[in-house]
Design a protein around this ligand. Sequence first.
Ligand code: GDP
Ligand code: MG
Length: 446
Amino acid sequence: MVLDTLGGSLRSALRKIASATRIDKPLVDEAVKEIQRALLQADVNVKLVMTLSNRIRDRALDEKPPAGMNPREHVINIVYQELINLVGKSSDVKLERQTIMLVGLQGSGKTTTAAKLATYFQRKGLRTAVICADTFRAGAYDQLKALCEKQGIFFYGEKGNTDAPAVAKRGLEAAKKYDVRIVDTAGRHALEADLIQEMEDIHAVVNADQKLLVMDAALGQQASDQARAFHDAVQITGVIITKLDGTAKGGGAMSAVAETKTSVAFIGVGETPSDLEKFEADRFISRLLGMGDIKTLIEKAQEIQADEEMDVESMMRGKFTLKDMYKQMEAMNKLGPLKQIMQMLPMGGLGLELSDKEYQATKDRLDKYRVVMDSMTDAELEDPKLITAARVKRISRGSGTPPELVKELLKSHQAMQKAIKGMRGGMGKMNMKRLMKKMGPAAGKM
Ligand code: GDP
Ligand code: MG
């Protein structure tokens, strides 16, 4: 995965917050220190790291959690938001008719990215052309031509002609009828005056809608100087960070983006034409933190929690029907795919983490129970005591399941009911999962 090490360290910091008994200054300080270390190791600019940590610390200690969010979720959410701020907003390269100019040092990945971008737009249904305005490096023409031909993309270049602006101009003309026209340019091994001059000259004739700086993720702190120089020359509108698949760093390039006040448009995650991803700050950070889409997960987890508390209250008042049981098992199982987030949220602290196997087993059992219950009458579902041996036979026949399964279902229900009765009184509000956990073995083979 992209930036594995960074993700791992950040996740470990968040896990500490999630499992803390209370959110106080020492805890926040410790978590912030860990986040700082992780970001610095990934080459994020020191100044940015300091700004970020101060904001996290201040907000975590000062801000009240919004309704429905506990203090731990609140702090996790602050870290998440501030990390998104750090990588900046997502760039707005749209799916529309446009000219794109790629700039960057030699080896940064421009030519590969030109083919990747063309593939990206082509797959979105836009007619795409690529123009080779790299007249500096021998072999540039052949490299890009081959890449484009392989992808079935229109290519324009003039082998041997060294007048890059003129080639670019004729190329744009030749590709007039295409929706997206991508201009690949030359680089140099280092920032040199003649490179900047060449970019300014090409820029003057191309007049691109998007000027995207292509930067190697492994670049580290020099990324800022590069970004500034190219920005001064052509006013870059976005950045493409390449080779994020192969480095533990990447923070340097990210910082450079923040500094030039542009944004990341795409990230390169491999060498083939498909290894390009549109950059979305929130999704990128969620993934880095290993949470899938953390927002929906937090919401989902909260919903489930709310459901459960309600159910527990009604159960405490008396009845626990088969329907209740099914609902509880279902609620538990909904949490199965949320394992990752469960490790971070307070529920994770209950130690209730279904393994994939357990999850599947519960799911299979639920499916079977559903079939059995479909053959029961409403009265039976409300009051399983009505289910005599004769009725077991009827239900078994009706549902096409063995009578043992019907009996097992009833036994699970009895065990649960008994456990609930035993717990009633003295406990007040109780988390359903703790209850389920407690009677796990009694409640069938869940
Ligand atoms: P240019 O000089 O800026 O045009 O750079 P190239 O496009 O020629 O790329 C230089 C090298 O980097 C080539 O070997 C590419 O295959 C490689 N490369 C480009 N982008 C990526 C990427 O996202 N991941 C990996 N692993 N390699 C990349
Ligand atoms: Mg090139």
